[in-house]
Design a protein around this ligand. Structure first.
Ligand code: XBP
Length: 256
């Protein structure tokens, strides 16, 4: 089955921006007069919970069980997460840069007639603002599907987001290839049967990625080589569409 679509994760894959998310959480806590502050070690642990609202709830249950037991806990968490999303938008406006190879692969895929999709746990408004700040909203409008946190109840590592993307593309999992940065994202994509490339990010470099087509430090550029951490670049300096097709064919052969 030939490769017909690329399905992209957002945070950590399109942009290495979990530090920006962490800053937004801390800004929202401060604005609410809360003494909470998530340092990098705390945030690294909390990234085991996907979804910012779920992440806040997990933290509150741990540090303030009384507040977690109060009747307005859910409303409190939703309000705090909405404030965080507002803070995140302000931080995005300060400038954001796509990771190496992302814009190049979007263009290569589109020139070759492949479909593009997003499967992200983050909030839809964050995806829209990211594209407005980088390649423009028209580029996002060219995506066949944008599956975001609001579209599912079960977030990554559940496969639901990838199943929403596959349904929207009207393609079988074997006709697609996912690009992710975390073990939870890999589990989500593989759970939906989608072959997956991993490009590690700041918070995921120490994770285990068995079952990935390959693991690279980034997609790279012709003048900024990618480094294979797992798998083989087959002599190429960076991850291009031909290499994705080669990995996809190898995967089909190994699983036929
Ligand atoms: C990463 C996530 C998100 C972000 C925070 O999403 O788990 O929850 O950390 O964004 P992905 P929100 O890697 O699937 O793009 O606060 O909007 O959830």
């Amino acid at each position: 089955m030939a490769l017909q679509a690329l399905i992209w994760d957002v945070d950590g894959t399109l942009v290495d921006n979990e530090e920006r998310h962490r800053q937004a959480f801390n800004d929202a806590f401060a604005a609410a007069g809360l003494v909470w502050h998530w340092d990098q070690a705390t945030y690294h642990d909390l990234l085991g919970v996907t979804g910012g609202r779920e992440r806040i709830a997990r933290y509150v249950r741990a540090v303030d069980p009384a507040r977690a037991a109060s009747p307005d806990f859910d409303a409190f968490v939703r309000r705090l997460h909405a404030d965080k999303t507002h803070c995140f938008g302000r931080l995005l406006e300060e400038g954001v840069t796509l990771r190496p190879g992302v814009a190049r692969l979007f263009a290569e895929a589109r020139a070759a007639g492949l479909a593009l999709a997003i499967a992200t746990t983050t909030s839809r408004v964050n995806v829209e603002r990211l594209f407005e700040q980088t390649l423009g909203r028209a580029t996002l409008d060219g995506f066949g599907v944008v599956a975001s946190g609001e579209d599912v109840t079960a977030k990554k590592p559940a496969p639901d987001l990838y199943r929403v993307a596959l349904a929207g593309l009207d393609l079988a999992a074997g006709a697609c290839l996912a690009i992710e940065d975390t073990a939870l994202g890999l589990r989500a994509a593989r759970g939906a049967g989608v072959p997956t490339l991993i490009t590690v990010s700041r918070y995921s470099a120490d994770e285990e990625f068995s079952g990935a087509l390959a693991v690279v430090d980034s997609l790279g550029e012709p003048d900024r080589p990618a480094r294979a951490l797992q798998g083989d670049l087959h002599g190429r300096p960076c991850v291009d569409l031909d290499l994705l097709r080669l990995w996809h064919r190898e995967n089909n052969k190994n699983n036929s």
